[in-house]
Design a protein around this ligand. Structure first.
Ligand code: B12
Ligand code: SF4
Ligand code: SF4
Length: 357
């Protein structure tokens, strides 16, 4: 990390106040500051990995303790500035309406617009630039999602919200429809008070999960989570879980849709997070007919692009297997039953069996 002026030359409490305001000016809804200790979260992470609950997500175990010890990941780090940015797209067709129409494909709310990684990272860079204007060069690294960082645990400690029983971070005034990002820094800023947990006796998310992926409060078996099955898993989706996936073709929002704290959530004002290419209300049959160039075109700049065309067809095939039997559905599946990918063919064969049994 780069050096900065002697500590005594900087008014850190004033700088922390400015950082919170600059973050809001840059489109984040909130920023908080925390130190680097994550002892309890590290224990939970290691147990989760030990039980194999991360499934195929090898990147979750690749970096040893870097994930739970920020100063090992970025030497010199003493504070984390944690930020959150709302993503609920108000123009999108209502989530429950799409989930209840089995002819449509449900894409989780966070992925309807442009990929958030670039949006959040750019704003974090601008936040760092504003800090630099006051402190001179200082040590920092900006992260969102892609790096080995325990983002929710850091955000909880920084006062942005609490980790709910569904394992997402919830803010008392804003629900959970937001992304997280961080600036790791060597500035000894004053820290915020961690947020208190307000789940109480509620277990709505655990009851609502279609695949019982929340095996106990605050514990998620990713291998059962529809988000993992549709986004992270690259192979065959376990047959036992396919019927419960319904029409969810990319990610899943059910545990957040039922969370009472999302009554207080705010819609995003970011144009980048508004739905593109009618992804909020397209018929499954139509999505299954997309050619590979169409898939490339329609998912360019979107998080969906990362799963690739083969997994896209796999996911849509499962949803078509769960759709009501109509000539259009059966015809769409049959037309692709000779697809060159064995993975796609296997999911189509399963889907066709659902309509013939
Ligand atoms: C791996 C991952 C996934 C995996 C696993 C999810 C998970 N819960 O771990 C899968 C693919 C399933 C996934 C799904 C989703 N993800 Co995700 N994911 C991540 C990632 C990369 C790492 C999360 C992680 O560290 N997991 C490790 C395990 C151990 O953590 P954990 O389950 O949260 O457990 C914590 C607590 O519950 C607690 N704990 C664990 N066990 C126990 C036991 C007891 C007794 C107690 C008290 C506590 C406790 O300690 C743990 C550590 O803090 C982060 C980005 C990042 N770098 O942090 C995004 C991130 C968590 N994902 C995000 C999002 C948006 C989603 C989805 C909503 C997307 C979607 N709509 O499909 C879903 C939500 C599913 C869900 N219910 O969690 C956002 C969450 C924002 C928020 N408001 O919280 C993040 C932060 C990305 C970002 N930068 O915005 N994700
Ligand atoms: S995202 Fe869906 S499958 Fe995963 S825990 Fe939440 S409700 Fe269950
Ligand atoms: S649904 Fe209830 S238990 Fe689940 S995270 Fe929300 S408040 Fe907590």
């Amino acid at each position: 990390m780069t050096s900065h002026p002697p500590c005594s030359a900087i008014d850190y409490p004033a700088l922390a106040r400015d950082i919170r305001q600059w973050a809001r000016d840059l489109g984040f809804q909130q920023a908080g500051i925390t130190a680097t200790e994550l002892d309890a979260a590290e224990t939970h992470l290691l147990r989760w990995l030990g039980e194999g609950r991360h499934g195929e997500m090898a990147y979750m175990e690749r970096h040893g303790t870097h994930r739970s010890r920020p100063a090992e990941l970025v030497p010199g780090t003493v504070r984390i500035i944690s930020v959150r940015m709302d993503y609920w797209p108000p123009q999108a067709r209502a989530a429950n309406a799409v989930l209840q129409d089995p002819a449509l494909g449900y894409v989780s709310r966070y992925a309807l617009g442009r990929d958030y990684h670039k949006v959040v990272r750019k704003r974090l860079q601008r936040l760092a630039d504003r800090i630099t204007a006051i402190t001179g060069p200082f040590g920092y690294r900006a992260f969102t999602d892609s790096a080995p960082v325990l983002e929710k645990a850091l955000a909880e400690k920084a006062g942005l919200g609490w980790i709910g029983k569904h394992t997402n971070l919830i803010n008392e005034r804003a629900g959970s429809w937001f992304f997280l990002g961080e600036l790791f820094t060597d500035l000894p800023l004053p820290v915020d008070t961690p947020a208190a947990n307000h789940c109480g006796d509620c277990h709505a998310c655990m009851d609502a999960c279609p695949t019982q992926a929340i095996t106990a409060p605050y514990q998620l078996d990713a291998r059962r989570c529809i988000s993992y099955l549709t986004i992270e898993a690259r192979g065959s989706i376990p047959e036992a879980l396919r019927p419960a996936m319904g029409n969810r073709i990319y990610g899943c929002d059910d545990c957040q849709l039922v969370c009472p704290w999302n009554r207080f959530s705010a819609a995003t004002g970011e144009s980048d997070f508004q739905p593109r290419h009618d992804l909020d209300s397209t018929e499954l049959v139509r999505l299954f007919q997309w050619s590979e160039p169409e898939f490339e075109r329609n998912t360019q700049g979107s998080a969906i692009h990362r799963i690739g065309y083969e997994c896209w067809l796999r996911n849509v095939a499962v949803a078509l297997g769960n759709a009501p039997t109509t000539p259009a559905v059966v015809d769409a599946l049959e037309k692709r039953s000779g697809h060159p990918s064995a993975l796609v063919r296997e999911h189509i064969a399963w889907a066709l069996r659902q309509h013939r049994s």
